[in-house]
Design a protein around this ligand. Structure first.
Ligand SMILES: Nc1ncnc2c1ncn2[C@@H]1O[C@H](COP(=O)(O)OP(=O)(O)OP(=O)(O)O)[C@@H](O)[C@H]1O
Ligand SMILES: [Mg+2]
Length: 389
């Protein structure tokens, strides 16, 4: 349903997105996970046709977003990082306005009513958007993305800034939407993708560092340590566990009330130490209260992946540096610059480069006219809004 092929976006020498490829099948909910500045929003802005790529292709249901932008965009509902809401409009007025703007052909009032029911905003339809809570504003943003019933939904950090109750509600909503739509959802909140997504793509510094199910990711990096909760004098427990055949290492990870503590036990490779551990402790009248596999949270996986990736990148950078020092004429930077200039981005790329990192962090796709905006994009929206006013 979504094909992203060798996608790159360079801002001058900065590689915001660096040769990312993946596909998303129909009906899948894909989590796009990465720390701040990883390139999530940039990738989403390219997938939705708001900005162009430096190189690479995006196809939505077989339609190339650059070659046939209008046709491709009709298949996409987009909730940008900053939802493109007009604060002085009522919810209903805004949705009708967006309905016209998107040239939706479904019966207007019925369609908007259905969407309002889906995202649970029917009761605020006549209120001004500026008076709604953040969670409700986010729902209105989602409603806007659902206009025209597009098969693909791209949601950029849909739960950011919401309270825990609203986060759960929006997550449930996204899961429901996932039954009828193909969804890409970005987040840097790990439990979020674990809770909602069938598959996770992890990106770091513009590069794809993992692509798997949340469970596989955790398993593949899990070290299969055990955590035993034992009641008894700590030194005696430690000594007893050390004598169990197959135990490589043991340490206290948490001291609890009384004489109880949690012990992390690292077995030798492939050793199943559970029975012998049980017998050894029982022989000393040390009570084994619980025994479980230590599971890496996605957070640990994430940190590990990124650390691995950073180690790789440092190696690469060192290698590049060495090459540069050796007086190579075709340095990587020398090759990149023209790729960006060829697109007619010279002025903006140079300007953006000149900005300090923090200031150019975000150009919200929904609000800011972009140099590369396609026919349906924001300048038109702003004009149309003025007319309506
Ligand atoms: N218009 C621009 N000009 C220059 N650099 C940019 C521009 N837009 C984004 N960048 C840079 O590209 C990188 C990726 O940014 P992006 O907004 O895609 O990250 P993100 O993963 O969405 O982060 P966050 O979690 O903070 O939303 C960042 O280093 C950012 O500074
Ligand atoms: Mg972002």
């Amino acid at each position: 349903m979504i094909e992203v092929i060798h996608l790159s976006k360079h801002y001058g020498a900065k590689r915001a997105v660096d040769d990312i490829s993946f596909t998303v099948d129909q009906g899948q909910i894909l989590g796009f996970l990465g720390p701040n500045g990883a390139g999530k929003s940039t990738t989403m802005n390219i997938i939705t046709g708001y900005i162009s790529s430096t190189s690479g292709t995006v196809k939505i249901d077989g339609v190339d977003i650059l070659e046939e932008p209008i046709k491709a965009k009709k298949k996409i509902g987009y909730l940008p990082e900053q939802p493109p809401l007009y604060m002085d409009m009522t919810v209903q007025g805004y949705l009708r306005f967006m309905y016209e703007l998107k040239k939706v052909t479904l019966p207007r009032d019925k369609h908007i009513d259905e969407i309002c029911q889906t995202v649970k905003i029917s009761d605020v339809q006549h209120r001004l958007i500026k008076n709604l809570s953040k969670g409700y504003k986010q729902r209105v943003g989602l409603a806007q993305a659902l206009l025209g019933n597009p098969p693909v939904l791209i949601l950029d950090e849909p739960t950011v800034g919401l309270d825990p109750q609203q986060i759960i509600e929006i997550r449930n909503l996204i899961q429901d939407l996932g039954q009828k739509h193909t969804v890409i959802l970005s987040s840097h909140i790990l439990p979020e993708v674990q809770a909602v997504c069938d598959r996770v793509i992890v990106i770091s510094k513009g590069k794809l560092v993992a692509d798997d199910t949340p469970e596989h990711l955790t398993q593949s990096l899990s070290h299969h340590n055990l955590v035993a909760r034992v009641e008894g004098e700590q030194q005696q427990v430690l000594q007893t566990i050390r004598t169990v055949p197959g135990v490589k290492n043991v340490e206290v990870i948490k001291t609890l009330e009384g004489e109880t503590a949690d012990y992390q036990i690292e077995p030798q490779e492939n050793a199943d130490i559970r029975r012998e551990l049980n017998f050894a402790l029982a022989a000393k009248r040390l009570a084994l209260l619980s025994l479980k596999n230590e599971e890496l949270s996605l957070e640990d996986v994430f940190l590990e992946l990124i650390q691995n990736d950073e180690a790789e990148q440092t190696k690469d950078a060192d290698a590049e540096q060495a090459q540069g020092d050796a007086g190579e004429t075709e340095s990587p930077d020398g090759q990149e610059q023209p790729a960006s200039l060829n697109e007619g981005e010279t002025g903006s790329a140079a300007q953006e480069e000149a900005l300090p990192q923090d200031e150019n962090e975000h150009l919200p796709a929904g609000d800011t006219p972009h140099e590369e905006d396609g026919p349906e994009a924001n300048p038109d929206e702003t004009d149309a809004k003025k007319e309506e006013d």
